[in-house]
Design a protein around this ligand. Structure first.
Ligand code: ZN
Length: 202
């Protein structure tokens, strides 16, 4: 499955000059919501990801996604795995289980995002569920932003990846474009201004 081609065809692989949430600049930005707006495509991707995950023989009762970005991906993946779908959301900055969702001690839970960058939100979601005594069995995303080590890829783990090394991470592909600090940004050097994705038509 050519995840890069799918993102490009869905106009989800944006080219420009972007200011990312961590303050870094980039020539590219991934807008996964544009891929997932097509339910048939979302289902196709989830089925491909589920196929990879099933090879590991890991038992999964529930897929949990960090809101908002992960919700659709988590839902379609849960359907493909025959699992339950829940999500955590931030309340006063802390990832929390709300809306009547309940988890049981020993329940096997896979955390799913649309894209894993450093894996920070996914890890927070996992940690919030561990307080209930659940068993976190791994992490999944449609795509890997290239900093974490996914199953089946030779790309090494970057030190900014926050996912635990002892749990598997499944994704359909890696995106490995550069990010720059503002002072080293070649796009800034050419005189253009970095824009926050989502602030205009993005
Ligand atoms: Zn720049």
């Amino acid at each position: 499955m050519d995840i890069e081609k799918i993102y490009k065809e869905s106009e989800a692989y944006l080219e420009g000059h972007f200011l990312l949430s961590g303050g870094m600049h980039s020539q590219f930005y991934l807008q996964s919501a544009k891929v997932l707006e097509d339910p048939s495509l979302a289902e196709k991707l989830a089925n491909a990801l589920a196929k990879e995950i099933k090879k590991s023989k890991i038992k999964i009762d529930t897929v949990c996604a960090p809101a908002i970005g992960g919700i659709v991906a988590g839902f379609v993946l849960a359907k493909a795995l025959g699992a339950r779908s829940i999500f955590t959301e931030r309340v006063d900055g802390k990832m929390t289980l709300r809306r009547g969702f309940e988890v049981k001690k020993g329940e096997n839970i896979l955390i799913c995002e649309d894209i894993i960058t450093t894996g920070g939100s996914a890890l927070e979601s996992a940690n919030s569920l561990k307080e209930y005594g659940v068993n976190i069995v791994g992490f999944a995303a449609l795509a890997n932003r290239g900093f974490c080590k996914r199953e089946g890829s030779d790309l090494p783990q970057n030190k900014i990846c926050k996912l635990p090394k002892d749990l598997p991470f499944f994704a359909l592909g890696d995106f490995t474009f550069e990010v720059y600090s503002p002072k080293d940004c070649p796009l800034c050097a050419k005189g253009s201004e970095a824009i926050k994705p989502g602030s205009r038509a993005t």
